[in-house]
Design a protein around this ligand. Sequence first.
Ligand code: SF4
Ligand code: SF4
Length: 107
Amino acid sequence: MSIRIDKEKCNGCGLCADICPGNLIKMVGEGKNRKAEMAYPDECWGCMSCVKICPKHAIEFYLGDDIGGQGTSLIAEANHREIDWTACRKGCILEKIITSRQEANKY
Ligand code: SF4
Ligand code: SF4
């Protein structure tokens, strides 16, 4: 269980590195070549903060075979009202889920 960063999509903004509570993401390179890199994949506990904050949708949360995820990945497209989650496996969309930011965390 960890994240994967698509360096082609990454614009080097650094938001993911700033928000990761474990400081697991490092920024490497300078200028246009500045990119996010997952430095400690074994340490990721899947809080999804980086996935949700990335403005370029460059980060996917990867559910590996080791936890029964069969390579499924989750990507998120967030705006101020909701987050659209998409679960994919081998390039195919398995499920789409929309969560409301206003209604989330209400018990
Ligand atoms: S938040 Fe997204 S675009 Fe910004 S540095 Fe991280 S991966 Fe790149
Ligand atoms: S999912 Fe959470 S712990 Fe894992 S890299 Fe992203 S922000 Fe860090």
